[in-house]
Each structure stands twice: as structure tokens, then as C-alpha cells.
Write a protein that binds this ligand. Structure first.
Ligand code: 13P
Ligand code: SF4
Length: 310
């Protein structure tokens, strides 16, 4: 770390105390942000953390749908994002009108909404899910109910294979994970035959089919610790490798796709994070009526043991 970076980290730590702020970071954030954050995790963990937080300010280093979820769950706290351009290609693929059209075509269906969606789309949904609990959520829905799954067709298809449930899928996808090529992964596997292969469920099916485990980002972190393999092939966004290498210095992590990075996740840096705390920018707000309805879908997810009755 350079002297300037060290100074910025010290300023961030001191401003954090002054503002009673907490920094949440997603597993794909750049290393410097992960290292200064109070908590680094996957979407579900970040939601859970936001729901329990004792702080006046939450600085969310992730993408917009994650900060919106925190704003919905923490109406009494200020939620900040250091850069508003951190959207999510997948969440932007579905609008409220798209969802309403699907609901009109299938009026009795339960809508399961992957958290990678806007608060307005969540508000039109029955229950949210993340990559780590999607199977559990779908299994909690009575078997005689039709299910609409939005917006990720690959996570949806993966859950259909896991549960044997047929679902009506929206055709959205993650522009980062869709770039993974099965042929490239096969070459990496041939080069490292002793490696275990961990993939994110947003990957297209041929990638998931080649993996030993298909897991959320924090699931990948956990399995990387648990495995006895010395080499791990990682089929997800490359930001993940920072945490994996830091937590397992004795293991080798090999990206399945070295150019698969999410530009939105990478817009944050230490300078913007410091500026965000100094200027209290940019606050993320969700209108009260949307927030109330989106919260119902998120709360249903957070109490997954509850059987979904819609
Ligand atoms: P996780 O919930 O597994 O962290 O996934 C979030 C995401 O956006 C992956 O692209
Ligand atoms: Fe969205 Fe894909 Fe980036 Fe995750 S990796 S935030 S799904 S665009």
C-alpha cells in the first residue's frame, strides 16, 4: 500500500468513528475496499447485516440494488454509495412493466425475485431470493403453485435442476458471467487436473455442469477453506480472488475467465469512499410506498423457514 493509500485508510477510519458509520462491501469489490470494510460478504449476508446494523450511516460498496435493499431495511439510517454509476447489468434488464406483463399472463403464479433487481421490481414480487437461498425459497412454495422466476434465467434454470420444479423464467442474465466460455474452462481444467472447480449459479449451464460445486460468492469462500485441494478454479467475477487468496495463502486460485470483471463493481476506490464519508454522498433513498412493498418480499426471504402464502 502506498503512503497516500495509508493516509486515506486512516482518514476513512477516523471519519467512520465520527459519523458512526459502517462500511459494507461485496465480495467483488477491489481489494483496498474489502480490506478497509467492516464486513465483506455475498448479497444475502449483506442484507442480513444491514437488517441488524447499529450505526447511523451505512456506506455501501457494491451495486445499486444492494444499497437500495439496505435503504429498504434500514429506513432510519443514511445509506451512501460512493459512486452512483455502480448499477447492475442484470437488474436493469427487467422493468416493472415487464414483470406486470408476466403476472398478467400467469395470474396465479408466485413471483420469486432474485435480489439483483430494483426496489420497484421487488415491490411487485412475492418473495426475494439470493444465489445462496434460491433453492430453499423455491422449495418453500406450495407444490401446486406456478412460479415466475425473475430476472436471471441461469440461476432460475439451476434451481429448476436442483428442485425438479418447473418455473416460468424471465430471460435476463449477468453480462459478466455470460462471458464465461465452456471451452476455456475445459482448457483450464486440463491444465490443472487436481483442482476443484467452484462456479457461481449466474454462469451459463455448460459452466455450472463442469463445476464440482455451484455456490454463492460467500459459498465459494467457504468451500475454498473447506476443500483439501491445493488448487481451486474459480468461475465467477475476478474480484472474488482477492478474498480467496487472502484467506487461503497456501492455496492457488485460478480464474476460469481472467477477463470476466464487472465494471459496475469496480467503480469504487479508496478516494471515492473517503469522499463519500466526508461529503455524505450519495444518499440512496427509496420512496415509502415502494419500500414498504419491497420490504415484504425481502422479509419473506429473510424468514425462509416461513412457508410462502400468497
Ligand atoms: P452473491 O449473492 O453470490 O454475492 O452474488 C451477487 C452477484 O451480483 C453476483 O454477480
Ligand atoms: Fe450485476 Fe453481474 Fe455485476 Fe453481479 S456481476 S453486479 S449480476 S452485472
Amino acid at each position: 500500500m502506498t503512503v497516500t493509500e495509508k493516509k486515506m485508510v486512516a482518514q476513512i477510519q477516523s471519519l467512520k468513528k465520527e459519523r458512526r458509520a459502517i462500511i459494507l462491501a461485496h465480495n467483488y469489490q477491489v481489494g483496498e475496499i474489502q480490506d478497509v470494510a467492516d464486513f465483506v460478504g455475498d448479497s444475502l449476508e449483506l442484507c442480513q447485516k444491514a437488517a441488524q446494523i447499529d450505526a447511523d450511516v451505512i456506506v455501501f460498496c457494491g451495486v445499486l440494488f444492494m444499497a437500495e435493499t439496505a435503504a429498504v431495511l434500514c429506513p432510519n439510517q443514511v445509506v451512501l454509495m460512493p459512486d452512483l454509476s455502480a448499477g447492475c447489468g442484470m437488474s436493469e434488464m427487467i422493468s416493472v412493466d415487464d414483470l406486470i406483463r408476466m403476472k398478467q399472463a400467469h395470474p396465479n403464479a408466485v413471483v420469486v425475485c432474485y435480489v439483483n433487481s430494483s426496489a420497484a421490481v421487488k415491490a411487485e414480487s412475492d418473495v426475494c431470493c439470493t444465489s445462496s437461498n434460491a433453492k430453499k425459497i423455491v422449495e418453500s412454495i406450495p407444490k401446486d403453485r406456478e412460479i415466475i422466476f425473475i430476472p436471471d434465467q441461469y440461476l432460475g434454470a439451476h434451481v429448476m435442476r436442483q428442485t425438479g420444479r418447473k418455473m416460468i423464467l424471465y430471460n435476463g442474465y449477468c453480462p459478466t458471467h455470460v462471458r464465461m466460455m465452456a471451452g476455456e474452462l475445459a482448457e483450464v481444467i486440463v491444465k490443472h487436473p487436481s483442482a476443484t472447480v467452484l462456479a457461481h449459479p449466474e454462469c451459463p449451464q455448460p459452466i455450472s455442469a463442469s463445476a464440482d460445486y455451484v455456490l454463492s460468492t460467500s459459498g465459494i469462500a467457504l468451500q475454498s477453506k473447506k476443500t483439501s485441494a491445493q488448487k481451486v478454479i474459480v468461475a465467477t467475477e475476478i474480484g472474488m480472488l482477492h478474498r480467496l487468496s487472502k484467506e487461503n495463502p497456501d492455496k492457488e486460485f485460478i480464474p476460469a475467465c481472467s477477463y470476466c470483471d464487472c465494471a459496475h463493481m469496480k467503480v469504487n476506490d479508496l478516494e471515492k469512499l473517503l469522499w463519500s464519508l466526508e461529503e455524505m454522498q450519495y444518499p440512496i433513498t427509496v420512496s415509502a410506498s415502494v419500500a414498504a412493498r419491497a420490504k415484504e418480499a425481502i422479509d419473506r426471504m429473510l424468514s425462509v423457514s416461513e412457508v410462502v402464502q400468497c
